[in-house]
Design a protein around this ligand. Structure first.
Ligand SMILES: C[S@@+](CC[C@H](N)C(=O)[O-])C[C@H]1O[C@@H](n2cnc3c(N)ncnc32)[C@H](O)[C@@H]1O
Length: 251
């Protein structure tokens, strides 16, 4: 089975990130990296159960916190949890594509849906200079990140445009080319950052590593011409033991 077919067989709400809730330790890593503080107006787009908003207020004393989510149940849960903790925030149930975010100084934006990202880019570009938009795993389209602590990426207004996809990839990974070790290290960092505890994390890391390395090769930013032995070995393991095929992705 091709890797794409395997991914399609997994629950849609998990693969899309719809029901993935960041653990508290990830929020703290993100907020420390942002140097979030009392002068900030913090927006969490797709705020889910409001944990991020709660922490931003309680531990980072932000001036104002706004959580937006299109799921009414999640906003209801967030409101309940904040009032139980005597915290006050704006919690809005709406599509972020219709939201007014113009007073933000810091925005947490973790979306993979291309249409949403493209629509939000128009809004982001109009924000006040120095506003930070933190994304997870990848920078905003065509932009060079301001700062990276992978998988967390700070994009800052005004956006600096990348001259090529290669330039963007290399800015994110901080290396001249991507070898097996870099692909593995970054795959592991991502898995660890977004999960509190995953049973099968080695399996996930192998899939992520192969995807990172193969994409890098197809973009012309992998190191050297030859396919590393370790990549060949993992492609074989996935094929033999799990019936998951990666070979067709190699161009
Ligand atoms: C981490 S976000 C991202 C999920 C999204 N499917 C993606 O493109 O990757 C998940 C949260 O965003 C919320 N959400 C998804 N689409 C939204 C939208 N257009 N506007 C506001 N909230 C949204 C979901 O209810 C969920 O709580």
């Amino acid at each position: 089975m091709k890797i794409e077919e395997y991914l399609k067989s997994l629950p849609e709400n998990i693969v899309s990130g719809e029901d993935v809730q960041l653990p508290e330790k990830s929020f703290r890593e993100i907020f420390n990296f942002l140097n979030l503080g009392e002068d900030d107006i913090f927006y969490h787009l797709g705020c889910g159960d409001g944990k991020g908003i709660e922490l931003a207020l309680r531990e980072y004393n932000v001036k104002k916190a706004v959580g937006i989510d299109s799921n009414a149940d999640k906003i209801k849960q967030a409101k309940k949890s904040l009032s139980q903790n005597n915290l006050s925030a704006e919690l809005i149930c709406e599509d972020i594509q219709n939201s007014n975010i113009s007073d933000a100084t810091v925005i947490l934006f973790w979306f993979t849906n291309q249409e949403i990202i493209n629509n939000m880019m128009t809004k982001f570009e109009k924000l006040q200079p120095d506003t930070k938009i933190i994304t997870i795993w990848g920078p905003l389209p065509d932009c060079l990140p301001q700062k990276v602590e992978f998988p967390y990426i700070i994009n800052q207004i005004p956006f600096k445009k990348a001259n090529s996809l290669q330039e963007q990839v290399l800015a994110v990974f901080g290396v001249k080319c991507i070898d097996f070790v870099t692909a593995w290290e970054f795959a592991e960092r991502y898995t660890k950052a977004i999960s509190s505890k995953i049973e099968n994390d080695r399996f996930l890391t192998i899939i992520q590593t192969l995807v990172i390395w193969i994409n890098a090769r197809n973009l012309g930013v992998s190191c050297g011409e030859k396919i590393p032995e370790s990549i060949k070995t993992y492609i074989n393991i996935m094929k033999t033991h799990f019936n998951i095929d990666f070979e067709h992705l190699l161009k």
